[in-house]
Design a protein around this ligand. Structure first.
Ligand SMILES: [Zn+2]
Length: 575
């Protein structure tokens, strides 16, 4: 019985692709143009009016005042409440377009997908909900040109990578500097997608493929998802796409200048859309079409990838739901949170269809340069470095406590569906306090921040007094991977790394030598241990022995006069 039902679903889904193909030529989005924000939203509003299967929702503000971020939902329910409930409870795919508006392939692909869906004679209401964000980076959509993607083959006009604040939104998913990121979190958690795709166009080397993809690091995934994605989903998608003449290939990140030297797997950190989504055990991909292929071909490739993904999801909805459920269980069973994944030197081998790299001399510069000869295509095995190991881990506490003054963080946790309790009365608790012992900062801002790439944190167990308004966050909840990624200060995309806690890294009070020197005797008399440490240091360290400042500061720092909040982070662990 179940088998029969499955077969019917397969037949139905095949209908989508065959109908889609015959209608390809009729669409106005298959040429070398892509709509601007206003035209795009007008088109979708029209489709929403015309078809009960298509609904366009204003989901909240973008980086441009008055121009919202929308989500378009296909195969929803009768109203918005029922639609979002259906999405959260059932199987749902979410596609994100124009996070980089210079790479608008996904916009056209989703318009064509929607047109084709509207033309279907019958639909199965039990099929997955397909939702897409038509244009995520609204500010970037408004800055149109034919030039900002210097190496790209179409469309005629397109938007710009930076948003109105000049942020690359595909680095903003944990730090959330943009209004866009806050609206994204709302869309993401309102839909609870099972599958997520972020649509892009590549830069870099030349090769034969039009369609490349990034999938999350295998090593970071829950075993159930790793097995589903790498064991069946990707091999089957690759097979299915071959039938539409697409070679689906991993994103080409070259180890050296050309792909012959080998390629490596992209590390999808939480700052990126797909890295963020995978923290919530969502099956996540980035599509990267190749910049030098004509826009219409890239749109077709993106469309076909999304369409095959929907078809796969239709057939495997039950397995996807089960794998995600198991992933949440796995997440809850972990004792350690692993991070700082680093690529190893272990190489797999992969068959690669490239163009031969040759050197040529440029007339203008008179210098030798690299180029690829398209008359010399090749297919050969190249090394594929895709094995990562976590270099660090932390033991997972039962709770985090965030101080109530950290409004921004508390708001962001709320936006990410993290459950917590706000303390209503004072409480003294045995916790791990976290002291920053050393840190550095990059010398030029990156995405608006002087990041802290290296740091040392000491966790000190002590009794601390907590106040009403401080928040107690259990780690045993869905979303805990996100929680650790942002609250564990050592993590690559933590709030500490992104400068949220810089105000805690500065001393607020000091002393005057001539006054403090008079207090030394009484301080040391009252504290024999400190006296011993001081004498030992004076005996062992010549510079210290001759520096009044060093000696005074040593005693000051270890006395009751020193501020206990120096370098103390407002995030605690309760074991
Ligand atoms: Zn991009």
């Amino acid at each position: 019985m179940y088998y029969l039902y499955l077969m019917m679903r397969v037949v139905f889904s095949l209908l989508i692709i065959s109908t889609g193909l015959s209608l390809w030529a009729q669409s106005k989005w298959t040429g070398n143009t892509s709509p601007d924000y206003y035209r795009l939203i007008d088109e979708l509003k029209r489709m929403d009016k015309e078809s009960p299967l298509v609904s366009l929702y204003n989901m909240g503000p973008s980086d441009v005042p008055g121009l919202p971020i929308y989500v378009c939902v296909i195969n929803g329910a009768e109203d918005s409440t029922a639609t979002f409930l259906k999405a959260r409870k059932g199987t749902t795919l979410l596609f994100n377009n124009a996070i980089h508006p210079g790479e608008p392939d996904g916009i056209n692909a989703c318009l064509i997908y929607t047109e084709n869906y509207m033309r279907l004679d019958s639909i199965n209401p039990n099929d997955p909900v397909v939702a897409f964000i038509p244009a995520y980076n609204v500010g970037g959509m408004l800055t149109r040109s034919a030039t900002s993607r210097a190496n790209q083959n179409g469309p005629e006009l397109y938007g710009f990578r930076g948003n109105a604040q000049n942020l690359d939104l595909n680095r903003d998913f944990t730090k959330m500097d943009s209004e866009n990121a806050r609206t994204f979190a709302k869309i993401f958690h309102a839909l609870n997608p099972d599958v997520f795709v972020d649509n892009h166009v590549s830069n870099g080397a030349d090769y034969q493929y039009t369609l490349t993809y990034i999938s999350s690091l295998r090593e970071r995934m829950a075993p159930s998802l790793r097995k589903l994605i790498y064991g069946s989903m990707l091999p089957q998608l690759t097979q299915a796409l071959k039938k539409s003449k697409w070679d689906l290939f991993p994103y080409v990140e070259t180890v050296k200048e050309t792909p012959d030297s080998g390629i490596y797997q992209f590390n999808d950190l939480p700052r990126y859309a797909m890295g963020y989504a995978s923290l919530f055990n969502v099956i996540s991909f980035t599509v990267e079409t190749h910049m030098l292929k004509p826009f219409p071909n890239r749109v077709k490739a993106t469309h076909d990838f999304l369409n095959e993904l929907v078809k796969w999801t239709v057939v495997h909805a039950a397995q996807i739901e089960l794998a995600r459920e198991k992933a949440h269980e796995w997440e809850g069973s972990q004792r350690y949170f692993r991070f700082n994944y680093s690529r190893t030197s272990a190489a797999d081998s992969i068959q690669f269809k490239g163009f031969t790299a040759v050197r040529d001399t440029n007339d203008i510069t008179g210098l030798s340069h690299l180029t690829y000869d398209r008359n010399l295509p090749y297919q050969k095995s190249i090394p594929f470095y895709r094995t990562y190991v976590p270099l660090d881990s932390v033991e997972i506490p039962q709770f985090y406590i965030v101080r109530g003054q950290e409004h921004r963080i508390i708001e962001q946790l709320k936006a990410n569906n993290i459950l917590f309790e706000v303390l209503s009365q004072e409480k003294t608790l045995d916790v791990n306090a976290q002291f920053v012992r050393s840190f550095d900062a990059i010398s030029k801002p990156y995405e608006g921040h002087y990041l802290h790439p290296t740091k040392a944190i000491e966790k000190v167990s002590m009794k601390m007094n907590f106040r009403p308004g401080d928040v107690l966050i259990p780690t045993n909840q869905n979303g805990s991977l996100f929680l650790h990624a942002v609250l564990q200060p050592m993590c690559e995309d933590s709030y500490f790394t992104w400068n949220y806690f810089d105000s805690y890294l500065q001393e607020k009070e000091y002393f005057s030598n001539y006054v403090f020197v008079e207090k030394l005797r009484s301080i040391l008399q009252a504290n024999p241990e400190l006296r011993q440490a001081y004498e030992a240091k004076k005996a062992a360290d010549k510079e210290f022995a001759t520096s009044e400042w060093q000696q005074l500061y040593f005693i000051y720092q270890n006395s009751a006069y020193f501020e206990p909040s120096y370098m103390l982070l407002p995030v605690y662990e309760l074991k």
